[in-house]
Design a protein around this ligand. Sequence first.
Ligand code: 5GP
Ligand code: ZN
Length: 121
Amino acid sequence: MDCIFCKIIKKEIPSKILYEDDLVLAMLDINPMNNGHTLIIPKKHYTDIMEADDILDYMFKIAKDLTPILMDKLEVKALTYLINYGDSQQVKHLHLHLIPDYLNENKHLKDIDEVYNLLKS
Ligand code: 5GP
Ligand code: ZN
């Protein structure tokens, strides 16, 4: 299957992995809307939220675990959870966005490696 997220899961394409277990992988978004923009993807290929089952609960559990790490290390007070569906969903492999400080209009995007090193430290 020609799915970019499946290739990331199989490590055929590199990514900045923040967390991984048997069921999900969390990585930095390659084109972040803000510093620390993270995607949580299930390892099993579900096309979209309508195909998803109990995995949604688990994705949100991991989202809750990652939330204080993102907010503390990036020193932000807000984080938005977002799932696109339909025409707004570009990658047809289910994913949950975690976007720190989404509404901040004065965002200064740091280098993704700098953000990654900060979050992994
Ligand atoms: P969607 O619109 O499908 O909800 O969002 C897809 C997201 O995946 C976008 O924010 C986009 O930047 C991100 N993305 C697309 N290709 C890659 C990739 O190869 N690696 C990573 N880390 N993120 C990607
Ligand atoms: Zn896939």
